[in-house]
Design a protein. Structure first.
Length: 237
């Protein structure tokens, strides 16, 4: 397993994997580490009039971080239907090709020494018959970074994901707590401490809710957030 390849998964879809991946990437790059990003499979991707694809996560991160890699290599598999990769591919009468993902990964690895690879949804999202999204981490030799929410239910969901990983020989290198919503419940103030009492997996960050939506697209603000809220020393060897 490589200590320079990280697969970012989440306890759920829409939990902030892309946002956490971006801050991780910016933290790496501000340390002058040659780091890139990959989103192997994305669904809900529209096709433009010229035939190009409107990659959502890949284009967002490529633009903010100023990555030179080709968007089609960053996202080698894209499907239109906003379903699991398995169901979205089937909708188009296709089967996802894992070799395309591995080939693109090696292409990116020629450019970048470190790669943050973002999954789709959570670990057990179906990819193709007999394969789940988390299997990609194994195929490319990545350790996993788990993004979790801040509020009620996060301890249970985070520990379930960690237990699954343990049972399936998947190494989780770190957890990132992300406040993707401004709804704060009473558990938010104690969850981080409680979680660290129940797992030895290091908590790499606790990202606050960003109230100013325009800041989600402001590279300077995001670079500052990366330095302030993400501790990559815990995963660098
Ligand atoms: N800390 C935050 N503050 C404010 N908004 C956030 C924060 N984290 C995430 N968001 C917003 O929440 C939404 C979901 O976040 P994001 O796209 O990162 O989730 P995801 O887990 O990558 O989703 P998907 O499963 O679709 O890939 C986005 O609109 C994002 O801009
Ligand atoms: Mg995403």
């Amino acid at each position: 397993m490589s200590d320079k390849i990280f697969f970012v998964t989440g306890i759920d879809t829409n939990i902030g994997k892309t946002f956490a991946s971006l801050l991780l990437l910016l933290a790496f790059r501000q340390k002058r580490l040659n780091a890139g990003y990959m989103k192997p499979v994305e669904t809900g991707v529209d096709i433009n009039e010229d035939g190009s694809k409107n990659y959502i996560d890949g284009n967002y991160i490529k633009n903010i971080a100023g990555l030179e890699a080709d968007p089609r290599v960053i996202t080698p598999c894209a499907f239109k239907a906003p379903l699991s990769p398995y169901a979205a591919a089937r909708f188009e009468g296709k089967t996802l090709c894992i070799k395309d993902i591995i080939f693109a990964f090696y292409e990116l690895n020629k450019i970048y020494e470190y790669i943050i690879v973002e999954g789709a949804g959570g670990m057990l999202v179906p990819l193709k018959r007999g394969h789940f999204i988390i299997d990609i981490a194994k195929y490319i030799g990545a350790s996993v970074i788990l993004v979790t929410k801040a509020g009620l239910g996060m301890i249970n969901q985070t520990l379930l994901n960690i237990e699954y990983a343990k049972c399936h020989d998947i190494k989780i290198s770190g957890i990132i707590i992300n406040n993707a919503s401004d709804e704060i419940d009473e558990s938010v103030s104690s969850n981080k401490e409680t979680l660290s009492e129940f797992t030895r997996v290091p908590i790499l960050g606790d990202i606050p809710y960003l109230r100013e939506k325009k800041h989600l697209h402001a590279p300077a603000v995001l670079r500052d957030m990366a330095l302030k809220y993400i501790d990559i020393e815990k995963i660098l060897i």
